[in-house]
Write a protein that binds this ligand. Structure first.
Ligand code: CP
Ligand code: NVA
Length: 322
């Protein structure tokens, strides 16, 4: 394909569809998005510069801070020939200056898709309900679907392709919230053997867990839950962790530091999984959920994950924009 020809993917095209949670997508659809991401990454590396989204605009509503999500979506739009507009909390005042309904109705007249980073998942679903353009979840308190796509893309590259995810032994240590939920929903669809270790009281949301288990029974994925981090990492091929204190929970930091003691991904814990690679969505809180030594060490895939946000999000944009 020449660089100036539009790129299309015959099977991974759902114009107008939202991406609010991985749970809204089938196993084949999740796999298709990852396949498209691999193809887009490879074509970019070959020097092809398909302007698939020329003339398109993405609005990015952010009610929380961001490095990766904001920058990777902006760069993804730019590299595909489109344009992104960042709307921070002071600019938009979603639900304060203007109702979510009116924000959705107005933005739908200007732009071709909306990314939202917010607190309650209901804010994202409300926006999607009223918007006539696709709404993509750039993290809320319940889900982080674009992160999970980048994470499994990273693991597929490391372990030899998408088929290698089937039966891959992944351990997640930390809070059973947004990142964990999306890893569960995607892992169930991809056939991953995912063990989640949380302290008591920090288990994944029951509906997300049950939904992922129902899919796992169909795909052969294996999802298990423990409060023992050593049990979770023993024999794992990949160990994943996330912040103990997520954005918006800063007032709980001290109690969480106590509750999550023993769940730190460090050199000692990783002696139980000598071959395992290490993942973290970032930003990291060194000395809490992970040590800097591990995050910057030989096993770390953290910065490949961060790069893969760009490639995964390109696939999402190409698939969903009308
Ligand atoms: N992992 C992730 O979503 O990073 P940001 O919060 O920097 O966007
Ligand atoms: N669980 C974290 C993820 C950050 C990307 C948070 O919500 O802050």
């Amino acid at each position: 394909m020449k660089g100036d020809e539009p790129m299309t993917h015959p099977t991974v095209r759902w114009p107008g569809r939202d991406l609010l949670a991985i749970g809204d997508y089938s196993a084949d659809e999740v796999r298709g998005l990852l396949q498209l991401a691999l193809e887009l990454k490879e074509s970019w590396r070959r020097g092809e510069r398909a302007q698939t989204l020329a003339g398109r605009t993405l609005a990015m509503i952010f009610e929380k801070p961001s490095n990766r999500t904001r920058v990777s979506f902006d760069v993804a739009m730019h590299q595909l020939g489109g344009h992104a507009i960042y709307l921070g909390p002071d600019e938009l005042g979603l639900g304060v200056r203007e109702t979510a309904e009116d924000v959705a109705l107005v933005l739908s007249r200007y732009v071709d898709a909306i990314v939202i980073r917010t607190f309650a998942h209901g804010n994202a679903t409300t926006l999607a309900h009223y918007a006539s353009v696709p709404v993509i979840n750039g993290l809320d308190d319940l889900h982080h679907p674009c992160q999970a796509l980048a994470d499994y893309l990273t693991l597929a590259e490391r372990f030899g392709g998408l088929d290698a995810l089937r039966g891959l032994r992944l351990a997640y240590l930390g809070d059973g919230n947004n990142v964990c939920h999306s890893l569960l929903e995607a892992g169930a669809r991809l056939g991953v053997h995912l063990t989640v270790a949380t302290p008591l009281g920090y288990e994944p949301n029951a509906a997300v867990w049950q939904g992922a288990q129902a899919v796992a029974r169909e795909t052969g994925a294996c999802l298990s839950l423990t409060d023992d981090p050593v049990e979770a990492v023993t024999g794992a091929q990949a160990v994943y962790t996330d912040a103990w204190t997520s954005m918006g929970q800063e007032d709980q930091r001290e109690i969480r530091r106590k509750d999550f003691a023993g769940f730190q991904v460090n050199a000692k814990l990783l002696q139980h999984s000598p071959e395992a690679v290490v993942l973290h969505c970032l930003p990291a809180h060194y000395g809490e959920e992970i040590t800097s030594e591990v995050a910057h060490g030989e096993r770390s895939l953290l910065f490949d994950q961060a790069e893969n946000r760009l490639h995964a999000e390109k696939a999402v944009l190409v698939a969903l924009l009308p």
